[in-house]
Design a protein around this ligand. Structure first.
Ligand SMILES: C[S@@+](CC[C@H](N)C(=O)[O-])C[C@H]1O[C@@H](n2cnc3c(N)ncnc32)[C@H](O)[C@@H]1O
Length: 286
């Protein structure tokens, strides 16, 4: 039986504000019950009596920051898959990477930087590394793929690079053979798949809150993917983050959003690239 008490209006508004201030996610009334169920799970775990008591714990207890991390992991949606949005990966391999490689060759630059912002369990970052290696002449460039996320739990999974059969469902079979090795899971019962060293060495994972006020601690990027992250953000917050991501594009660099995350963007030197079923912006060279 569910004996969960309802969040009062004041409790809902207080929690909505804290979550929004700390990570940008905005709990609309339609997601209030989801918020309530996650708070209830954590406050029971802490043996506290009410949402308000739990609120004070997270804000003022010496263990509050740790507890916030636990709660955050329950609030976030870290669903992902390899090569998730096919039109974006097609645009990347057929248009964006050849264009950037040609420009870099002319400029005598041999480094390449790609950022998966909101990388969840790492599938997007690893897909970007594979897509890059599969592009002709990629070996002439030294690649770094940065994967960042606010969730420590997701980052731990990403760093291991080990996935269950369901997780690799979209991985093209030739890439599976080329870039992953299958082994028995620790319990010996089922198979798991691990990215090989070549791919793991190209990727770096670290914590980064896209709504944090300080400047993002990453170099300028040739390609940024930020897909299915801004979906729970308010339009004004989406706009601020997208502007900051654009600010992190190297000259000629491309930003990939998910088409459903369309926002009105008017930034000098940033133009929309019209490629089918995608939402891509490019910084024009200054
Ligand atoms: C649904 S997953 C998307 C993963 C991947 N980009 C994809 O498209 O498959 C959304 C990710 O955004 C992360 N996220 C949410 N808010 C964030 C924030 N403020 N800063 C950084 N990452 C955030 C979540 O932790 C989650 O891993």
């Amino acid at each position: 039986m569910n004996n969960r008490p309802n969040l009062s209006e004041v409790e809902y508004l207080n929690w909505r504000e804290v979550v929004h201030d700390r990570c940008g996610i905005y709990f609309t009334p339609s997601r209030r019950h989801f918020l309530e169920s996650r708070l209830w799970e954590r406050l029971q775990h802490r043996k506290l009596k009410s949402y308000t008591e739990y609120y004070h714990f997270v804000l003022y207890n010496s263990d509050g920051d740790h507890e916030w991390g636990q709660l955050l992991d329950l609030l976030l949606n870290n669903e992902s898959s390899f090569f998730r949005h096919t039109p974006s990966f097609t645009a990347l391999t057929e248009h964006v990477l050849p264009d950037l490689m040609q420009k870099k060759r002319l400029l005598g630059i041999n480094t390449f930087s790609i950022w998966s912002a909101g990388c969840a369990n790492g599938q997007e970052a690893y897909s970007l590394a594979i897509a890059f290696l599969e592009t002709a002449v990629s070996r002439q460039y030294q690649l770094t793929v940065w994967g960042t996320d606010i969730s420590q739990r997701s980052l731990q999974t990403a760093k291991k690079g080990i996935y269950k059969p369901y997780d690799i469902r979209n991985m093209p079979p030739p890439y599976l053979q080329k870039y992953m090795c299958s082994t028995k899971a620790a319990n010996g019962r089922r198979m798991v798949y691990q990215l090989n060293d070549t791919i793991q060495k190209l990727t770096q994972f670290s914590a980064l809150n896209l709504t944090a006020p300080e400047r993002y601690s990453l170099p300028q990027q040739d390609v940024i993917f930020c897909q299915n992250v801004l979906i729970y953000f308010q339009p004004a917050d989406r706009k601020t983050i997208v502007e900051r991501l654009c600010d992190h594009l190297a000259p000629n660099g491309y930003l990939f959003l998910a088409p459903a995350e369309m926002i009105r963007l008017k930034i000098p030197d940033i133009r929309q690239v019209k490629l089918e079923e995608t939402l891509i912006y490019q910084r024009e060279r200054r």
